[in-house]
Write a protein that binds this ligand. Structure first.
Ligand SMILES: [Ca+2]
Ligand SMILES: [Ca+2]
Ligand SMILES: [Ca+2]
Ligand SMILES: [Ca+2]
Length: 274
């Protein structure tokens, strides 16, 4: 089976799942499809950032079927050249990129479900990447994200793990040495995101559960010193596969978006349900 990476001009999000919790109507915008790569088997996740720091946005991808972790270099005119970050990386569920070690270049994070790996790749400044293991104990990792969660000036890592049923974070000591902590338990955790949800200045955590009968969109209030208190954005939201948060309606409070892989009649329609 082949999947393609495509992008849609003027479009920031494309959903492929059964339902979307918040719908935003956009009038009179036309989208033109462009293919970035039509030969990336098992395309499982995509992210975009200026990987090489030349002022244009590049694309990263993780493959679920053995095509590894790759990035596509933008020449400035949206012609993309493929680079392999890691060729041997099966069941890649997630990819994310940020300057993780604070040396002013973009590093890469990824999670692989079956191999039970969460890794990061250090950029040497010329987009030569060296793999580091973040965690190989957490069962069934499904997502990875990074932000300064403890407000100490360095970027920490967040992860969701389906089989372990947990939302984790790894504390950066400032030299890219990471210590594992648990944000909270979440059955069949499938997606993680973090932002200041309650407007008190610290970063809170969101998680989506893909559980068929016990799914939810949960969030954990950051209470400081690595303590988190669980709340629900939606306690009964089965087969949740993705969560994100932003001020959708411009009222200066952050709203939550989620996607589910079931339709209103509880039929499974999502491609990634397991
Ligand atoms: Ca670039
Ligand atoms: Ca870096
Ligand atoms: Ca930090
Ligand atoms: Ca907060």
């Amino acid at each position: 089976m082949k999947f393609e990476f495509k992008f849609f001009k003027h479009c920031s999000l494309a959903f492929a799942f059964g339902s979307i919790a918040v719908q935003v109507s956009i009038a009179q915008i036309e989208f033109t499809e462009h293919t970035i790569d039509d030969d990336f088997d098992g395309a499982g996740c995509v992210y975009a950032i200026d990987v090489d720091g030349d002022g244009d946005i590049d694309v990263l991808g993780a493959s679920m079927y053995g095509s590894g972790i790759r990035w596509w270099e933008n020449d400035g005119n949206q012609n993309f050249r493929e680079h392999i970050i890691e060729g041997d990386y099966n069941q890649g569920e997630a990819v994310f990129a940020i300057d993780l070690d604070s040396d002013d270049d973009i590093d890469v994070l990824a999670a692989a479900f079956g191999p039970q790996r969460t890794d990061w790749w250090e950029n040497d400044g010329d987009e030569n990447f060296t793999q580091h293991t973040l965690d190989n104990n957490l069962q069934g990792p499904t997502d990875v994200f990074a932000i300064d969660l403890d407000s100490d000036g360095d970027v920490d890592v967040l992860g969701a793990a389906d089989i372990a049923g947990v939302i984790s974070w790894w504390e950066n000591d400032g030299d890219a040495n990471f210590t594992h902590h648990t944000v909270g338990n979440l059955r069949s955790a499938y997606s993680v995101y973090a932002t200041d949800l309650d407007g008190d200045g610290d970063v809170d955590v969101l998680g989506a559960s893909i559980s068929v009968n016990d799914g939810s969109i949960s969030w954990w209030e950051n209470r400081g010193n690595g303590n988190f208190t669980e709340h629900y954005a939606d306690e009964e939201y089965n087969c949740a596969v993705s969560v994100y948060a932003i001020d959708v309606n411009g009222d200066n409070s952050v709203d939550v978006l989620g996607t589910s892989s079931i339709d209103e009649e509880n039929n499974l329609v999502g491609k990634r349900w397991r």
